[in-house]
Design a binder for this molecule. Sequence first.
Ligand code: FE2
Ligand code: FE2
Length: 160
Amino acid sequence: MKEREILFLQSIEDIIDHPSIRQMSHFTQHVSSVTCLEHSLFVSYMSFCICQFLKWDSRAAARGGLLHDLFLYDSRVKESHEGIHGFSHPKTALKNAEKVCELSQKEKDIIVKHMWPLTIRFPRYKESYAVTVADKICATIEFCHAYHLMRTTKKLAIYA
Ligand SMILES: [Fe+2]
Ligand SMILES: [Fe+2]
């Protein structure tokens, strides 16, 4: 395993097996072939790599990335959530994430602002921008049905 992958796993090792995190494998996110857990791990790893490269806080990015979509419901079922999913799920994810582990102000900001610019308020930290960019890149790859073709996601699959 590469050093970067070991560092990534060390950043999330205390939360990856939490029941709420595992529960994300029961729901899908952008496409029916990718679970919410797979998507969140993908975003987490991509955010970690971006922040490692830029010498930013890669641990906060990895943790915020893993927790950013912890809304825990089927978004296609209207009765499963209040409001419009695209706008409301970051707040739901934050509420659920606060029950998983102690969160720093930066991790909270990453989670609650990850839909920016949809969530009008600007992210407060540069790592929040890294996660919002990673989220959009990962979602695009998933929409293009390229998720299962990537070497990175094949490696991440053992944790999902
Ligand atoms: Fe999201
Ligand atoms: Fe996401």
